[in-house]
Design a protein around this ligand. Structure first.
Ligand code: HEM
Length: 173
């Protein structure tokens, strides 16, 4: 943590924008994934690739955007918060890659948004590995998102600190 970060009340606008855009898209992708049909699959593939691009931009910008320091909290809570955040970065970035592994090797002719062909070559072993990773990771992301939202609400409602506010679009923290 730098002096700038300690004095900083709120996240940078570009980080807040990415956070909320990805939050909405991941919720849509989880719902769409668990209820996937022939009609919605092509939207799921295309929007999953948009999530991958946005995650790469977020991770690239993160290093150069100072983060506001955590408010004082017990050590175990700080470790739990960091572990949840780092796991979300990793698993949400990996999820579209697992999706790509499963569709590029599938039997059919998968398309993103009905126009971008995704098939590379059928490979049943890679397809099954991708299917397994994508399913398990989907459940892990759903559990982490729930934990993350509960953590943010605990800070806002019980501890009444600025942890949620500093990520909100118009709040200064
Ligand atoms: C953030 C991005 C994504 C999220 C959160 C997500 C989430 C999910 C979830 C939760 C499922 C249901 C898994 C199950 O119960 O078996 C699913 C299924 C699926 N997803 Fe994704 N997905 C993402 C990106 C992608 C991408 C980029 C592709 C392909 C290009 C893709 C292809 C598929 C396919 C083919 C299925 C059906 C798998 C099966 O039939 O076993 N997903 N997704």
């Amino acid at each position: 943590m730098t002096d700038t970060a300690a004095a900083m009340p709120s996240f940078a606008t570009k980080i807040k924008t990415l956070h909320w855009a990805i939050a909405v898209l991941v919720l849509i992708m989880l719902y769409g994934g668990f209820t996937l049909s022939r009609e919605t699959a092509t939207l799921h593939f295309g929007t999953g690739l948009v999530v991958l691009v946005l995650m790469v931009i977020w991770l690239a910008l993160r290093g150069s955007s100072p983060r506001p320091a955590y408010p004082p909290m017990p050590r175990w809570q700080e470790i739990a918060a960091k572990a949840t955040h780092h796991s979300l970065y990793a698993l949400v970035t990996l999820q579209p890659i697992f999706g790509l592994l499963l569709v590029t090797t599938s039997k059919g002719e998968p398309m993103a948004y009905g126009v971008i062909p995704l098939k590379i070559a059928q490979n049943d072993t890679l397809h099954e590995i991708g299917e397994w990773l994508h399913a398990v990771n989907g459940y892990l992301i759903a559990a982490l998102v729930a934990l993350h939202v509960l953590g943010a609400l605990y800070h806002h409602v019980v501890l009444k600190d600025n942890v949620l506010k500093r990520m909100l679009p118009f709040a200064k923290g």
